[in-house]
Design a binder for this molecule. Structure first.
Ligand code: Z5A
Length: 233
């Protein structure tokens, strides 16, 4: 029986820090190494999960979405995405490159909205079991820099503002600190300085991923990730 499984790489960070740009770059770079990668995103990645995404991001609901509703919808979309897309791809030996995953839930719903981290962890266990990313690239930049890049892109492409983009500076600062706190605690998370020129960002990303090419497949995927010293940011 072939027990080889692919690598699970997630891209995290605030808005406009370059996740979509760099996920495409990594997919092309892996293809040059002869590695097939599936690019996907959260919330979303399947027809059902994309419908949930639409409800989550729509800026103008006639009622305010409760924080717990938002949290449960994130995990509902994730359950579908894991079952229909991520787990089958990994099992077939493909690498999965995912634009956001559970670290975003901890940063946005936990640190940003103030939902209990213990409750988030219970849902994480229920939905993921022991499946965690092998490696997470945390693209970090001052949130105003990301917002202004995203605003420029939105105006170039005529995109609408989503519900999260209407939050205030305090919320985005909490989210950024949440990501940085997680990065200190989890050895799989690598902080990439996303305020640099794009070529420097991509050089740093390759430095992180190159050691993973040595044995392009992993059989340890479902083991829990290693924990670093639990310092504060
Ligand atoms: N959310 C949540 O709350 N909880 C969860 O569990 C999950 C998500 C999974 C949807 O995210 C929202 O869902 C998100 C959090 C929440 N809300 N917010 N904020 P999304 O991923 O769909 O949307 P986003 O985070 O807002 O991503 P984005 O705006 O698409 O940004 P990005 O993908 O990180 O950036 P980009 O599109 O690659 O780059 C933006 C522009 O900057 C573009 O024109 C690039 O060419 C340019 N760029 C990129 N890098 C550089 C550098 N280094 N220099 C100069 N210019 C650059």
């Amino acid at each position: 029986m072939n027990t080889q499984i692919g690598r699970f790489i997630t891209f995290e960070g605030g808005e406009g820090v370059g996740k979509s740009t760099n996920i495409q770059f990594v997919a092309q770079w892996l293809a040059q190494q002869g590695i097939s990668a599936l690019v996907t995103r959260e919330p979303g990645g399947t027809p059902i999960a994309e419908r949930i995404r639409n409800d989550l991001l729509k800026a103008h609901h006639s009622e305010k979405m409760a924080d717990l509703t938002e949290l449960l919808l994130m995990f509902a979309a994730r359950a579908q995405h894991l079952k229909a897309v991520i787990i089958p791809a990994l099992a077939s030996g493909q690498w999965v490159l995912c634009d956001r995953f559970t670290d975003s839930t901890i940063a946005y719903q936990g640190y940003g909205r103030g939902v209990s981290l213990d409750q988030i962890d219970q849902l994480r266990q229920l939905v993921q079991g022991d499946l965690n990313p092998d490696c997470t690239l945390l693209l970090d930049a001052p949130f105003k820099m990301g917002m202004s890049r995203a605003a420029q892109r939105a105006s170039d492409l005529g995109e609408e503002v989503d519900r999260f983009e209407t939050e205030d500076d305090g919320f985005f600062n909490l989210v950024r600190q949440g990501f940085l706190t997680l990065a200190k605690a989890e050895s799989r998370i690598h902080i990439i300085d996303a305020s640099q020129h794009l070529s420097a960002v991509q050089g740093d990303i390759i430095s992180v991923l190159t050691p993973m090419l040595g044995n392009g497949v992993s059989t340890k995927h479902f083991a829990s990730s290693t924990t670093k010293q639990d310092d504060d940011v």
